[in-house]
Design a protein around this ligand. Structure first.
Ligand code: BTN
Length: 343
């Protein structure tokens, strides 16, 4: 732990004021050094009150959306997912950062987290617009012992973890707005507030590098629209954020830690059998397309039908309208739209 973290720990573990002298003794540094570190913490947004003859006091941090390495690390409850954690104020793309870290020998579980991306990557070569200090942009390094054709399934594992984290944190009876979270196959997380339309709040981009015929490494990049309140015209119909749905800001550090808690468990269950079977019931319960009419945008032969669920390898099972046998739709081959709209 560095000195900044140690001071935060001291302040957190006390209900009242901690004197400058106590901090000097606990850390073995001078009063001036303590004062300088407190100044830095204040600059980062920590609400620290300083009162002559009493010392320093940390006001409630839980309600603030402080997002940095310390805030996330303090909440992480995982064994390996999110360790080590590298935070930057700004970067090009966290997916690219992870590949660079992998080349330097970083282990599975390494997490790159940033405040803003200047070249965020979306699926199908699109740009992922990443405004500063409102959302979550993060990528994890994985080196699983999997067949290469199992890798695309990891995107569904990640989607499930984000869904589970949002449901756990934001659907308590205390929430003023009733939000329903779901997954739009294969990996968009959507939310509907008070019965309104489903809006996309999270996108996932998985990239894999091969060596010979084996997986060298995989990066899963996740962008969660947390506290953004304005969206460009082109995506305003389909994109939303947690804050817009819930009617209040969310604590990004808390959500980040919760996502990795669920991911670690789901990933381990998946790897054990190299199949989504152990997660299928949970995934299908979250699937908003299930039982709904969908249009399968197959470039060869588009068709309409009802989404039934997923296969153990993550394809969407669609029952065609024309009564022909169920079809299994792969995400790489086709895209699925709701007949009435986005979901
Ligand atoms: C999508 O198009 O739905 C996928 C978007 C994925 C965006 C995330 S943000 C963090 C990570 N870094 C990137 O450059 N992209 C992913």
């Amino acid at each position: 732990m560095d000195k900044k973290q140690l001071i935060l720990k001291e302040l957190r573990s006390s209900d009242g004021y901690v004197s400058g002298q106590q901090l000097c003794e606990a850390l073995g540094i001078s009063r001036t050094a303590v004062w300088k570190i407190i100044g830095k913490l204040k600059e980062e947004g920590y609400p620290i009150e300083a009162v002559t003859n009493k010392g320093y006091r940390l006001l409630c941090v839980e309600e603030q959306d402080l997002f940095n390495r310390e805030e996330v690390e303090n909440r992480l409850q995982t064994r390996w997912a999110g360790h080590p954690l590298l935070y930057s104020e700004e970067t090009g793309s966290t997916n690219n950062d992870i590949f660079a870290l992998a080349d330097r020998g970083f282990p599975q579980g390494t997490l790159a987290l940033t405040g803003t991306q200047t070249a965020g990557k979306g699926r199908r070569g699109r740009l992922w617009i990443s405004p500063p200090n409102v959302n979550i942009y993060m990528s994890i390094l994985l080196k699983p012992d999997l067949r290469p054709d199992s890798a695309p399934m990891l995107t569904l594992v990640m989607a499930l973890a984000v869904f589970e984290a949002c449901k756990a944190l934001y659907t308590s009876p205390e929430e003023a707005r009733k939000c329903r979270f779901g997954i739009k196959w294969p990996n968009d997380i959507v939310v509907s507030a008070d019965g309104g339309p489903f809006m996309k709040i999270c996108g996932i981009l998985t990239e894999m590098r091969m060596e010979e015929k084996e997986i060298r490494d995989i990066v899963i990049g996740t962008g969660i629209n947390a506290n953004q309140t304005e969206f460009p015209e082109e995506i305003r119909e389909t994109a939303g954020s947690l804050a817009m749905a819930l009617g209040h800001e969310v604590n990004r550090a808390e959500l980040t830690a919760e996502v990795w808690r669920f991911f670690e468990a789901d990933f381990e269950a998946f790897c054990e059998v190299q199949s989504l079977e152990p997660l299928r019931t949970k995934y299908e319960a979250a699937l908003v397309n299930r039982g709904r009419k969908v249009r399968v945008l197959d470039p060869q032969k588009p068709f309409e039908g009802t989404a039934m669920g997923i296969t153990p390898t993550g394809e969407l099972v669609v029952r065609p309208e024309d009564g022909s046998p169920d079809r299994e739709v792969g995400s790489g081959e086709v895209s699925v739209r709701g007949v009435m709209g986005y979901v």
